[in-house]
Design a binder for this molecule. Structure first.
Ligand code: SAM
Length: 535
């Protein structure tokens, strides 16, 4: 199997990592650092998901009982009073499955941070038999046990403010959080910006807001709190199930970030705010569930409508290049795959019967569900019947034959791409990254927003994450696509240009940027603003 890497190197290695790294290796190579970072992110990601699981219990979300689940599992895996240490990780795998069924599926879905689960596909007998799991993974399992027992003691419904942030600050040191890219924009600054664009009042429940560099979701959370408050009346009339469905399916609050880990954190923060309302939605409608939250991993500066190519086989299809979050080879470049997407003008037309972008989004979601299901059942192709069932879950009143015939070739192509990835890298979890990419490209390239907010990266042209392109190629790409990419510009200027492009007529943008943007002698070209003078 080819070597693969993920994550980025910290700019500076935190002092307290040194001791651990010294034990692991004589020489700290880039490869070791990448792996170390990825393990830390995995731990962080797990911790955050577990906090969410426990918070569900504390907010009395139906169908989810963290403590009860753990107690039952401990009983299940105990034998004559003995509970094997490796069982903690097995138990955790089961808990995650349970959460996926009971809560927003996409937040608990298998992604790149679940690599460890492969080592814990053990039956009860195997847990007690000779060493099936290596020494390191045994440590891992023990650590999982400690975390589970620690979380057991908290009651998140009583923690005022931001539970994830509070616990991180307690359990992870500042340097590590910084190396992992954690960045909390101060609450006062977030409120200031959101007030300045006048994101308040009843009208916001009909509007769309985007943060294209959402990090761990500080702006999204503030916007969400305001949106939910204004949605109270609507909820009295139509119920919270209707309101939450509307929030996610009509993309009222959307976040993008290039980093998979930041995206996951933003989803969890978002969900922690939604939980009390989620409970109300389930209380009113027992079958209520949300499939996904409108927060995606994507490169906000890339415009796939410009980089995609019309397919030679089919003029209705655009072949897009996608960067997966795995690095490989000497150059440690991200792996690229090609995926086919229908041209949007054809996808929303008489050929499919889809009426608008939200409907197209749901149809794509159905295609991905179907591909995932077929893939997890070891199938090589998609049946039309299964595709139709998937569409019926999301859409109503459509000509199903038309829809199925149109999307079937895309679904078949997708499953062949995932099979190939599984063969090459031993990992089918990359399908989640492909799904994110496809859905995000719709919201990024075809939807306009009433508000664009955020704290984009700054500090140089190359301060953003770099994807597959070399520094030289990246500069050329920016120069080709952005009018503001001239002279000695800074990356945040591109975010401003793209931000303005996303705005609807009369829309408002609020970013935190360096103040030299305002100075006449700054190195910022803002002539592109002339193109938007009518909006
Ligand atoms: C200063 S942080 C924003 C933090 C966020 N506002 C918060 O308070 O949590 C900048 C974010 O931009 C993201 N980023 C950098 N380049 C990006 C790109 N090309 N597309 C999308 N996000 C990007 C980084 O991963 C990082 O999370």
């Amino acid at each position: 199997m080819e070597k693969k890497y993920y994550a980025r190197k910290p700019e500076k290695i935190p002092e307290n990592w040194q001791k651990i790294l010294d034990k692991l290796t004589e020489k700290i190579t880039d490869e070791i650092l990448y792996k170390f970072m990825f393990c830390l992110e995995t731990a962080y990601a797990l911790f955050a998901r577990l906090i969410l699981a426990k918070a569900c219990e504390d907010y009395r979300v139906p169908h989810i009982n963290f403590s009860e689940f753990i107690k039952n599992e401990v009983k299940r895996y105990s034998f004559r009073g003995d509970f094997p240490k490796v069982a903690w990780a097995v138990l955790l795998r089961n808990l995650i499955e349970e959460m996926k069924r009971g809560l927003v599926e996409s937040v608990f879905e298998e992604d790149i941070f679940y690599w460890w689960t492969d080592d814990f596909k053990l039956g009860k007998d195997e847990l007690f038999s000779a060493k099936k799991v290596d020494e390191y993974m045994q440590y891992f399992s023990e650590a999982v046990g400690q975390v589970l027992l620690t979380l057991y003691k908290f009651d998140f419904s009583e923690i005022v403010g931001d539970p994830l942030g509070t616990l991180y600050q307690r359990y992870f040191d500042k340097e590590t959080r910084k190396a992992l890219g954690e960045f909390y924009t101060p609450k006062e600054v977030v409120e200031y910006i959101i007030d300045a664009i006048r994101y308040k009042g009843k009208s916001i429940i009909k509007k769309r807001l985007l943060d294209p560099a959402c990090g761990s979701g500080t702006f999204l959370v503030e916007a969400l709190k305001r949106w939910l408050k204004e949605a109270e009346d609507l909820a009295k009339e139509r119920g919270w199930d209707f309101v939450l469905d509307k929030l996610c399916k009509e993309f009222h609050i959307v976040g993008f970030d290039i980093h998979p880990f930041a995206t996951l954190m933003a989803q969890i923060q978002f969900m922690l705010v939604l939980l009390p309302y989620y409970k109300k939605a389930i209380d009113a409608n027992k079958t209520f569930t949300l499939r996904r939250l409108p927060i995606f991993r994507t490169d906000s500066l890339e415009d796939e409508t410009k980089t995609g190519k019309v397919s030679l086989d089919n003029p209705d299809t655009i072949t897009m290049n996608l960067k997966l979050p795995i690095r490989q080879g000497e150059e440690k470049e991200f792996i690229k795959v090609e995926i086919d997407m229908p041209n949007i003008v054809v996808a929303i037309s008489d050929k499919t019967g889809l009426l608008n972008i939200p409907e197209y989004f749901l149809a794509l979601q159905a295609v991905f569900d179907c591909v995932k299901e077929a893939f997890s059942n070891g199938k090589d192709s998609i049946s039309k019947y299964e595709l139709e069932i998937a569409f019926k879950k999301y859409l109503t009143d459509k000509e199903w034959n038309k829809l199925v015939n149109f999307f079937e070739p895309y679904a078949q192509k997708l499953i062949s791409v995932v099979k190939e990835l599984k063969y090459k890298f031993g990992d089918g979890r990359l399908l989640k990254s492909i799904e994110d990419f496809a859905l995000a490209s719709l919201l990024k390239n075809h939807v306009k927003y009433d508000f664009v907010v955020g704290n984009p990266p700054w500090g140089g042209i190359l301060k953003g994450e770099k994807g597959t392109l070399s520094d030289k190629q990246l500069k050329e790409y920016y120069k080709e696509v952005y009018k503001s990419a001239v002279g000695k510009y800074d990356i945040y200027v591109l975010f401003i240009e793209r931000g303005i492009y996303w705005l609807k007529n009369g829309g408002k943008l609020g970013f935190i940027v360096q103040n030299r943007f305002l100075k006449a002698n700054g190195h910022v070209n803002i002539t592109f603003l002339n193109d938007y003078s009518t909006t």
